[in-house]
Design a binder for this molecule. Structure first.
Ligand code: BG6
Length: 488
């Protein structure tokens, strides 16, 4: 049994990592516009001016000093400012996606192109026009857009003046923004995702050292507000056009017990509940799962809610489950077990897996396992909306790029999806992450390349921005043309 005839093959990007044009045509400042470049071993920073005008920098996940505003400072490099210039080159890029045979293209909308500070009553026409042009260009090639409404680029105003997602006021601003998009692009966009990797606030506790209980409590409040905002958006989409399909999008945290020690197994069950199902259950079932109280008690959290929130959650259940999947992690109670690096999947090192140069495990079978787990639990259509290998590529003199490692990685995951479909899973789409090289979210590098298309742009901002086809470009083209059969 192969992939269904109408399976949607494609690729994925996010606005801040590829568009550039960070302050063009009325766009407002986002929190990511003040993010500097880092590497695998040096962190990215957020730069700011204190209320007295003194320049400073803070870790990407740290809180700025009271009254400080994000600012672009001399002496720092901000890779998102130009990204890969998709803003001006989208026609050329979409033509390349079409040449590969894409059926679907995942992208995000920058909130600040539509509402520069997030609070305006009227949207910015230039921003609306830009995305309309992109969608029309996709339509020319029969590529279905899959649009993330919010992908890690909150308007800086909402963060600094309103306190970010801890403040319930953002629910209304998000709903207004989402409604504008659904109305404006009704007929052009059918598939929507509300929040990218919505579970990331809770995942930070595994990832950042000294993450206090109070911070986890705040993350759970942020999540409550985001669940309600997402549910209201889902309901609005269905009111505007019942054909629209709106999905949750989560970081696909798949964890195994490191050993068959029952303590490891129990710790893993708890980890998966807290990392993933807490969010996914709430969005798919319209209510918090049975173990939510246990989690709130553990961190001594008393959520601020309103009775209407629970009605909204019920009325705004998602139509499909989507997730990113890069690697898997292991959980153990043994504090001396060797640790892995990795995205949010960190944890103990799996002796059966290979690891990428950035320390992420490579685990195709994990994808089959995870797809089965999710379909068994929800029986909703699934999409893998991010999966890919970040690696160093070499542009040869003749313009070719030989990336057998990327082909091998993708092949392994395609086979896993095929097996999951044979298992009976209703998987409807696959959008490979970073189908064109773009700025890495965690490190701010260009060097960590995911693309089937190479972009001549380097970590220090040098390069012509010219696009080149990698070997994987031709491989993916054949794969799509054969609907997942030709894997060589
Ligand atoms: C996901 C994000 O976590 O991982 C993307 O949704 C990100 O925005 C992707 O780019 C890969 O991570 P990185 O750090 O390698 O860019």
């Amino acid at each position: 049994m192969g992939f269904p005839k109408n399976f949607m093959w494609g690729g994925a990007t996010a606005a801040n990592q590829c568009e550039g044009a960070w302050n063009a045509d009325g766009k407002g400042m986002t929190v990511s516009d003040a993010c500097t470049a880092g590497t695998v071993s040096t962190p990215r920073y957020t730069t700011y001016l204190t209320k007295d005008g003194v320049p400073g920098k803070a870790g990407m996940f740290d809180t700025l000093p009271e009254g400080a505003h994000r600012a672009v400072l001399d002496g720092y490099y901000y890779p998102y400012h130009e990204g890969i210039d998709f803003y001006h080159r989208y026609k050329e890029d979409i033509a390349l996606f079409a040449e590969m045979g894409f059926k679907i293209f995942r992208m995000s909308i920058a909130w600040t192109r539509i509402f520069p500070n997030g609070i305006e009553e009227e949207p910015n026409q230039a921003g609306l026009d830009f995305y309309r042009n992109v969608f029309e260009e996709l339509k020319k090639y029969n590529i279905e857009p899959l649009v993330t409404i919010f992908h890690y680029d909150l308007p800086a105003y909402l963060e600094e003046e309103l306190g970010g997602w801890s403040n319930r006021e953002l629910i209304g601003h998000f709903e207004r923004y989402a409604r504008v998009l659904f109305k404006e692009y009704n007929g052009l966009v059918k598939y929507w995702l509300t929040f990218n990797e919505i579970n990331s606030p809770i995942l930070l506790r595994n990832y950042l050292p000294n993450y206090s209980n109070a911070k986890v409590g705040q993350a759970l409040q942020v999540l409550h507000n985001q669940f309600v905002a997402s549910a209201r958006a889902v309901r609005a989409a269905h009111e505007i056009n019942p054909e629209m399909m709106v999905g949750s999008m989560l970081a696909g945290i798949c964890s195994y017990p490191l050993t068959c020690n029952p303590s490891d197994v129990l710790a893993t069950q708890k980890r998966v509940q807290d990392d993933f199902y807490y969010c996914c259950d709430t969005m798919a079932r319209g209510e918090y799962p049975y173990f939510a109280q246990r989690l709130w008690d553990e961190y001594d959290v008393k959520l601020t809610t309103e009775p209407q929130d629970f009605v909204d959650l019920k009325e705004g259940k998602v139509d499909m489950i989507t997730f990113s999947f890069y690697s898997t992690g292991c959980v153990t109670v043994d504090e001396n077990a060797e640790k892995a690096k990795g995205n949010f999947t960190s944890g103990a090192k799996n002796p059966y897996l290979q690891y990428s140069e950035w320390g992420w495990s490579i685990d195709g079978q994990g994808l089959r396992y995870f797809l089965n787990e999710l379909y068994g639990r929800y029986q909703l259509p699934l999409m893998v909306v991010e999966n890919g290998l970040g690696a160093v590529d070499v542009l040869e003199e003749d313009g070719s790029i030989h990336d057998p490692y990327r082909i091998a990685y993708t092949k392994e995951h395609v086979l896993a999806m095929k097996d999951a479909i044979a298992d009976g899973v209703n998987l409807i789409a696959y959008t490979y992450w970073g189908c064109i090289d773009l700025v890495s979210a965690s490190t701010g590098e260009m060097k960590k390349r995911y693309g089937f298309i190479y972009v001549d742009r380097n970590n220090d901002g040098s390069g012509t921005m010219k696009r080149y086809k990698k070997d994987s470009f031709y491989w993916y083209q054949k794969l799509i043309a054969s609907n997942g059969e030709d894997l060589d």
